[in-house]
Design a protein around this ligand. Structure first.
Ligand code: NAP
Length: 448
């Protein structure tokens, strides 16, 4: 029997577990997660109004409910009070780290720490009911918001800022976030890229959706688009880039409708300073950039201030070093060869990575499938050697004896029931429990 621990129950962890059980009938997999709830960014990152993507949970569920897979929530690997990585290694033939990219990148500009300046991930965590989220009173006094970055996360947060109560209340968003967004006074949302429209990272489907929001119009300045050489001559663009430019071109040529809310898509502006007003964010100063002909931009020294009381930086996630593993601070990933962890260039037997901690925070959910497959192939090739080491028949009693109290599948199902009950009591469908206390209390129901 091959006993494997997968750390992280997001898409990469679930696809890894799935590959292992499908390809090796002797494999038993424990999927550990520091949270009481499974599914990682599918639960805590995919925007609440993207029900179709969220429904991916149903296919991840079938993996975690497989008879040779066990979900063990509420177990932190490493850190104070956590399960030491070395001990985890003793308990299983192999450990696969699928821990994602747990933090975000900073801009490194003056004023970035002012009240009213947040990372997009903090905002996403709040409306997604992540139990570690802070209620930052994000929308306090805000009429105008600046979102720095033009990737899919930027599109998500811009869209959530533009959605009204009628569109948000059918989602599973927590009550406090729903009430705050429903009361929002934000009418101007500026989404700003430092390079040109052809280099934006958002996907066309997500971009187009911005044009479908009730009561909101998308505003694009044709002169700004024209700064991009690809605007006049799109022949060198990839299909995806061309489609993005076409959508933007359509908006740029549409007469203004005077809608209640505007999403303004801006390009060739790089943030240089967050300006204070009364001790909080009052505006963001950008320097106009121009294409340098090599895919990058150069500054012009000319600046433009965009008034805003809320700034969300949406400039990418970043991996944090997993306890006990080597880490490349430059890329925010664990060095690896086809998923096998490399320590000083040499393979570490029995330790593997998959997902964002392996390849960096890029790609859509489906990108994790081939990524996990590569790691599973490496692990199963190593399995004949790995299984020579004696490991406990079942790690769970040992974990319990060592003071860990994992939330098993029945505990998670009790959380799901509690969220359905909460929704019903509020006249909504499912409503997520937003804090550790209520999640743990709901999970305990299953044990009692
Ligand atoms: P991303 O796609 O890497 O986009 C980051 C954006 O931030 C880029 O526009 C980048 O511009 C900009 N940026 C980086 N550093 C900057 C700086 N110092 N100043 C100004 N701008 C800066 O990251 P993401 O949006 O966080 O998305 C992460 C991954 O999740 C992506 O693969 C994304 O597709 C995926 N995702 C998918 C969905 C979906 O499918 N619906 C939803 C959310 C996220 P440059 O290009 O100039 O560096």
């Amino acid at each position: 029997m091959l006993r494997v621990a997968v750390v992280g129950s997001g898409p990469s962890g679930c696809y890894t577990a799935q590959g292992l059980i499908q390809q090796d009938s002797s494999a038993y997999v424990d999927v550990l997660d520091r949270l009481p709830c499974p599914y990682g960014l599918v639960r805590y990152g995919v925007a609440p109004d993207h029900e179709k993507i969220k429904s991916l949970q149903n296919s991840l569920r079938t993996v975690l409910e497989h008879e040779r897979v066990r979900f063990l929530g509420g177990i932190q690997v490493g850190g104070p009070g956590g399960l030491p990585a070395g001990r985890l290694r003793e308990l299983y033939h192999a450990v696969v780290y699928c821990v994602g990219a747990a933090t975000d990148r900073h801009l490194g500009i003056p004023g970035e720490a002012l009240p009213g300046s947040w990372s997009a991930t903090e905002f996403v965590s709040w409306y997604s009911a992540h139990p570690d989220a802070v209620d930052g009173d994000f929308l306090r006094g805000a009429k105008s918001a600046v979102v720095v970055g033009v990737g899919n996360v930027a599109v998500d947060v811009a869209r959530m800022l533009a959605r009204g109560a009628a569109e948000l209340s059918p989602t599973d968003m927590p009550e406090a976030a729903l009430a705050a967004l429903a009361d929002s006074q934000v009418t101007e949302i500026h989404m700003v890229g430092r390079r040109g429209p052809s280099q934006a990272r958002f996907t066309t489907k997500e971009l187009r959706e911005l044009g479908t929001l009730p009561g909101t119009e998308v505003v694009v300045d044709p002169d700004e688009l024209a700064l991009d050489p690809a605007y006049a001559d799109p022949s060198a663009l990839t299909g995806a880039q061309r489609r993005n430019v076409e959508v933007l071109r359509g908006w740029a040529s549409t007469p203004r409708q005077g809608s209640a809310r505007q999403i303004r898509l801006r390009f060739f502006l790089r943030p240089v300073e967050v300006l204070a007003d009364g001790g909080r964010v009052g505006a963001v100063r950008f320097e106009r950039t121009l294409p340098d002909g090599r895919g990058g931009v150069t500054g012009t020294g000319r600046c433009e201030d965009i008034e805003a009381q809320l700034m969300l930086r949406s400039v990418g996630y970043r991996g944090v070093p997993p306890a006990g593993l080597p880490f490349d601070a430059g890329t925010g990933t664990v060095p690896h060869q086809e998923g096998r962890v490399l320590r000083d260039g040499a393979i570490v037997p029995g330790e593997y990575v998959a997902g964002w901690i392996k390849r960096g925070p890029t790609g859509v959910i489906g990108t994790n499938r081939p990524c996990a497959k590569e790691t599973v192939t490496s692990l199963l090739a190593d399995a004949p050697v790995l299984v020579r080491r004696q490991v406990p028949k079942d790690a769970l009693p040992l974990l319990r004896a060592e003071g860990f109290d994992p939330i098993e599948w029945a505990g998670w199902q009790a959380i799901e029931r509690a969220e359905a009950q909460l929704g019903a009591s509020l006249g909504r469908s499912v409503v997520k429990l937003p804090d550790w206390g209520s999640l743990r209390a709901a999970a305990r129901e299953a044990a009692s």
